[in-house]
Design a protein around this ligand. Structure first.
Ligand code: PLP
Length: 355
């Protein structure tokens, strides 16, 4: 193993983080377990990195991928692509966004980058509201809206970003407030911020901050924000890269915990849908999605093989009610953690993996 570690360090950038002092090479997986190169078996409590949403080596996904690979692996968005259209139809229907259009990418970063392109073009502004402590990806535009310093290597950005309170319930000046007062204070902060700016394009937020420590605001915060945003014509982008596909248990999308205000204008997703294949995407109502006035293609986004995996994985998830499983198992987990550690009483929602 150390041989591979030395070779890794010799060719891979220093800033590509590795887990553990003695990094492990994962060689195979089955169900909820993985094995390393030394033959040790692990319970994969992280579900890949929130990617392997249903199971490692899920037979339906493996079959769909190998059958599609036997037909054609790649054709690009320049040609009609049946699995892509089928998955887009299903995602559009599930999104809750009326008259939805779906654009597939190869990662969550690229999905958020696309959402930023859409919002800034639609609103003709490069000003973005992001949450403190947020994480939205690795590209030049997405590190510019990432409030978590650990994951934001540069202050240079094509965007002008203003950070908003509310993503973290347990820290900061409002931490001791009741949920109701917390929301009121965050809304007042947002109103104050908007009083000194103009033409903000969008607010982007993770319903539950993942990289930022699996923390979330009280349910309803983003609905309260939405009412303010609407008055200014500002779009709401929900980054569902971690929270989509029923994984929060209570809801299919994270935004639904703030559902009184209806669906977001733009929703981004990735991770779990491909069960490890590189699938990301953006959903927006047609008026927003179609606002770009130049042509675009994606060479790899929506490739037949990743779409086949996504379709098989989504069908499995829905047919086996894995959202219900996340609710039951996540509820149990939270209950037992709370019983042992009363200081975790504010860990409101079960963010358990659906496997
Ligand atoms: C909320 C959120 N947005 C975006 C991303 C970036 O996704 P990717 O690593 O697929 O580019 C991540 C990745 O962890 C994420 O957690």
């Amino acid at each position: 193993m150390s041989g591979l570690y030395d070779r890794h360090k010799a060719v891979i950038p220093d800033w590509v983080a590795l887990y553990y002092r003695d990094p492990i090479e994962i060689t195979h997986g089955e169900g909820r377990h993985v094995w390393d190169a030394e033959g040790r078996k692990y319970l994969d409590f992280f579900g890949g990195i929130l990617t392997t949403m249903t199971a490692h080596a899920l037979p339906e996904v493996t079959k769909a991928v190998s059958e599609q690979a036997g037909r054609i692996i790649h054709s690009s968005t320049l040609y009609l692509n049946r699995p892509m259209v089928e998955l887009a139809e299903r995602v559009a229907g599930l999104s809750g966004i009326p008259d939805a259009r779906v654009f597939f990418t190869t990662s969550g970063t690229e999905a958020n980058d696309t959402a930023l392109l859409l919002a800034t073009a639609y609103r003709r502004s490069n000003q973005i509201l992001a949450m403190r402590n947020s994480y939205h990806g690795r590209s030049f535009s997405t590190v510019g809206i990432t409030g978590n310093r650990t994951w934001s290597p540069t202050g240079l950005s094509p965007l002008q970003t203003l950070y908003v309170h509310g993503g973290v319930r347990t820290r900061g000046p409002y931490a001791q407030y009741t949920d109701e007062r917390f929301i009121e204070a965050c809304v007042a902060d947002l109103e104050d911020l908007l009083g000194h700016t103009r033409d903000v394009a969008a607010l982007i937020a993770e319903p539950i901050q993942g990289v930022g420590g699996f923390t979330s605001p009280p349910d309803g915060l983003y609905a309260a924000f939405r009412r303010v945003l609407d008055r200014h014509g500002i779009l709401w982008i929900s980054d569902e890269v971690q929270t989509g596909w029923g994984r929060t248990g209570d809801h299919f999308w994270g935004w639904q915990a703030h559902g009184q205000a209806g669906p977001p204008d733009i929703l981004t997703f990735a991770k779990g849908i491909g069960n490890g294949m590189s699938v990301g995407g953006v959903v927006a109502r047609a008026e927003v999605m179609n606002c770009l006035d130049a042509s675009s293609i994606s060479t790899f986004g929506g490739s037949p093989i990743t779409m086949a995996a996504g379709l098989a994985n989504l069908s499995h998830l829905l047919e086996h009610d894995l959202q219900g499983n996340a609710r039951r198992v996540g509820g149990l987990l939270i209950e037992r953690i709370r019983a042992r550690r009363p200081e975790f009483r504010r860990c409101g929602r079960s963010a358990a993996a659906a496997s």
